[in-house]
Every structure is written in structure tokens, then in C-alpha cells.
Write a protein that binds this ligand. Structure first.
Ligand code: AMP
Length: 434
């Protein structure tokens, strides 16, 4: 199937060709005709499936020409990064049309956003908090919205946006087209879908909690205090002697942990940057840009910050700490293996995280094989850490192309002797990462 089979107009087909897309992804094949037909859509699709083009392309077509002042498409997203990325996509896909897209999120000065709203737009991509703030002050007019998209709805609910979403919905005209995208389903999402959607077309390209099948996953059993030394070793040698890593997205649970690890990696000669909710928007943008440009080898991120990061050709995701919520693991490893690529995920599992891994395996209905711990210089307490030559010690060295070694080339470690840790329990056990 080609994009031209989907009923898209020539301006959009040209833009898609410019992006280098040959074939529509499964979500695009199903969503584009449904949205063009004016149907409400309930789509189970995670980031990496091409879902953004799945709704942006047909909505650009439905908008036709530039018209009026107030936005006619509203896309709500959980994070600023995702909002910025969707807006960029809308501009790319709409480059041969005259439509205006603006993006609104918190954490940055509001004046340019207010000015942009005054200038008028056709598409508005926003996070809920800042949008409500501006709407309540009469600065954002949502009365003309005829197409409403709730993207990553599961994450929005996880982040506590349900009341904001309902408030935004009250500001919209009752008659409109609604699209809801969610990587996972639970009762809350179903309830929201029932409230929002009228006779929706259901599309499911990522059945609940199915993990990205193309991601090769391995785990190392390693004491907490040795994780950073193992990580330095992995950067230098790879997970299975495949050679040094070019780049990896490394997940920690806390903002503080992300900062600390980025500093420690820098100290070991690995160019690193942290990205999390406490960083200013400009610091986040810079960290991401440096990572994309290959100037940074390790991007250390927390859960929330990772959402919506669109990094092409990301070869490696490292779970430096396992997430408390199994679904987050699926999202994390979904950062790699995007749109047709293959990817790898390495988890460093401390003894007290063994039960988290079991929960993850149960959720994915798939084991994550352990590998034998490679020999790496074990640190002496409070001593300078003698380490193998770090991968990125030479900061002036031009980055080499990403390696794509296969885990399956090595000998898998036996899975039988899994470390058993205390079971996570109590109400705090599922506290979400920041
Ligand atoms: P998304 O799931 O919307 O975040 O898209 C994930 C990545 O896939 C983005 O980098 C898109 O540019 C890319 N992409 C989207 N559609 C296609 C397609 N039909 N062919 C190739 N790449 C695509």
C-alpha cells in the first residue's frame, strides 16, 4: 500500500515523500482513512508506530485552507517534548499548505505563546496546564475546535491530568471529531473513551502491553553500588563484547539520580547530559539537540522526560534502574526500535529490583534473559576508580557510526539463578518516577 492509496491530497503526499516515507505504517493505513471520513477514533498505538502522521496528515487535509483566527484542531499531549515534536511534524507535513501551527506548554515564558495566539492559528498543540491557564484568562479561544486529539492518553491520566482534560473538554464545542491515542488500556482510559468518543473506529496496532518485539533485551545482575562502573564498562566494551557503544538513552528513577549519574559518566570520560522535569526548557532542548547531533553519548533521562523523545536510530536503551510500573519498561524500551528499526535494551538489576523484573516479565509475557556479568574493574571503596579506557574519553574524536551488534551472537547467561529480592509492596510501591 502507498500513501496515495489512502486518499491524501497532493500537497500532503509531496511532504510525505520529502520526509522519505515509502509505505504507510499499520496505524497510518487504518487511521488516515477513518479520520478523513470524519469518524471518531480510538487507537491503541505507542510512540514509534508512526501514529503522529496517522492523525496529523488527515487533519491537515480536513482543515483545508487557512481560516479564521481561533484553532480548529486541538491536540493535547502530556509533555512539552511531545507537544513540540507534534508541532514540528505538523509543520513538516503541512509545508505545502498555508496552515498555521502553534505550540503551547509550561516551563517557558508565556508572552511569545500569547502573541502567537493573537496572530492566529489553525492547529494548536498544547499541554493541559498552560493551555487552561491561557484559556481561563481569555487568551486562548477554543470555541472553534472541530477536531480534538488526546495523545498518549494513558500517560496523561498517569500524570494526573484527568481533571485538566475534563476542564479543557468543557471549553470545546459539543460537536466535533475526537481522536484518542493510548499505548495501554485500563478502566480509566475506557471510561474516558466512552465520555469522549461517539461510535469510534477502534484501531489496535499495539495490543495491550505487548512489548516492541524488535527490541532485543538483556539484563545484568549487579549490586546497586557497582552499576555506574558496569555502565562505564558497557560504554567501552558493549554488553556482549560487541565493542563500544556509540550512544545510549539511560533511565534513572529520579531527577537527582539522573544528574548524579550524568556527572559520574562525565567524570569517567563519557559525554553525558541529564534531561528531566526540573531542567529548564532550554536545557532540555540543548541536551536533546546535543544527543541527536552525536555530541553527547549518554542521555540520562527520567521517565516523564523520556516521553515523546523522538530520536531516530537510537540503538540502545539502558534501564539503570528498573521502573516501578511495568508498563513504563515497555515505554522505555519503545524509545529504541522505532518505525522499522531494531534496537536493544539493557537492564541493570540490583538484588532488590528482582521482583520488579518479574513483574515486567509477567506484564510482557516474555522473559528478559540475564547475561553473565562481564569483568569490569571493581571499585575500591572511596578510591579513585580504575576503569577500562572509556569509550568517549577523547572528546574531540568524531563520533563513529552507531554500531548495531546483536545480543544473540553471544552466549546467553543462564536464567535460573535469578537473584531474589524482597518483594516490592505497600502503597508506595508503584510510585511513578519523576
Ligand atoms: P511517531 O510514532 O509518530 O512518534 O513516529 C515515529 C517515527 O517514525 C518518527 O521519526 C517518524 O518520522 C517516523 N515515521 C512515521 N511514519 C513513517 C513512515 N510511514 N515511514 C517511515 N518512517 C515513519
Amino acid at each position: 500500500m502507498n500513501f496515495s492509496d489512502l486518499g491524501l491530497e497532493p500537497e500532503l503526499l509531496r511532504a510525505v515523500t520529502d520526509k522519505g516515507y515509502d509505505t504507510p505504517t499499520p496505524i497510518q493505513q487504518q487511521a488516515i482513512p477513518a479520520v478523513l471520513a470524519g469518524r471518531d477514533v480510538l487507537a491503541g498505538a505507542q510512540t514509534g508506530t508512526g501514529k503522529t502522521a496517522g492523525f496529523v496528515l488527515p487533519l491537515l487535509q480536513k482543515l483545508g485552507q487557512r481560516k479564521g483566527h481561533a484553532p480548529r484542531v486541538l491536540v493535547l499531549t502530556p509533555t512539552r517534548e511531545l507537544a513540540a515534536q507534534i508541532a514540528q511534524n505538523a509543520r513538516d507535513y503541512g509545508k505545502y499548505k498555508q496552515l498555521r501551527t502553534i505550540v503551547i506548554f509550561g516551563g517557558v515564558g508565556e508572552n511569545p505563546q500569547i502573541q502567537a495566539l493573537r496572530n492566529g492559528c489553525d492547529l494548536l498543540i498544547a499541554t493541559p496546564g498552560r493551555l487552561l491557564d491561557l484559556a481561563n484568562r481569555g487568551l486562548a479561544d477554543l470555541s472553534q475546535v472541530s477536531h480534538f486529539v488526546l495523545d498518549e492518553a494513558d500517560r496523561m491520566l498517569d500524570m494526573g491530568f484527568i481533571h485538566d482534560i475534563k476542564r479543557v473538554m468543557k471549553l470545546l464545542p459539543p460537536s466535533r471529531q475526537n481522536l484518542l491515542f493510548s499505548a495501554t488500556y485500563n478502566d480509566d482510559i475506557r471510561q474516558l473513551a466512552t465520555r469522549l468518543l461517539v461510535d469510534p473506529v477502534s484501531i489496535d496496532v499495539a495490543p495491550r502491553n505487548s512489548t516492541a518485539e524488535r527490541v532485543e533485551q538483556v539484563a545484568f545482575r549487579v549490586p546497586k553500588e557497582q552499576k555506574r562502573h558496569l555502565l562505564v564498562h558497557l560504554f567501552g566494551h558493549g554488553a556482549t563484547d560487541e565493542g563500544q557503544w556509540y550512544q545510549a538513552l539511560v533511565f534513572t528513577r529520579t531527577k537527582h539520580g539522573a544528574n548524579k549519574l550524568a556527572q559520574q559518566l562525565e567524570g569517567a570520560g563519557i559525554r553525558a547530559a541529564a534531561i528531566h522535569g526540573n531542567k529548564s526548557q532550554s536545557a532540555r532542548v540543548k541536551a536533546l539537540a546535543d544527543f541527536k547531533a552525536g555530541k553527547v553519548a549518554a542521555l540520562v533521562a527520567t521517565e516523564v522526560a523520556s516521553r515523546g523523545l523522538d530520536i531516530k536510530e537510537l540503538p540502545m536503551v539502558v534501564n539503570y534502574e528498573l521502573p516501578n510500573v511495568p508498563e513504563d519498561y515497555v515505554h522505555r524500551i519503545g524509545r529504541t526500535a522505532r518505525a522499522g528499526a531494531t534496537g536493544r535494551a539493557v537492564s541493570l538489576v540490583a538484588p532488590d529490583e528482582a521482583s520488579l523484573l518479574r513483574d515486567i516479565e509477567k506484564t510482557m509475557r516474555q522473559p528478559v534473559p540475564f547475561r553473565e556479568l562481564p569483568k569490569f574493574a571493581a571499585p575500591l571503596a572511596n578510591a579513585a576508580t580504575p576503569q577500562p579506557a572509556p569509550a568517549h574519553a577523547d572528546r574531540n574524536r568524531a563520533p563513529s557510526p552507531p554500531r548495531r551488534p546483536s545480543f544473540s551472537s553471544g552466549r546467553p547467561a543462564r536464567n535460573g539463578g535469578r537473584a531474589s529480592g524482597p518483594r516490592r509492596g505497600g502503597a508506595g510501591g508503584r510510585a511513578r518516577s519523576t
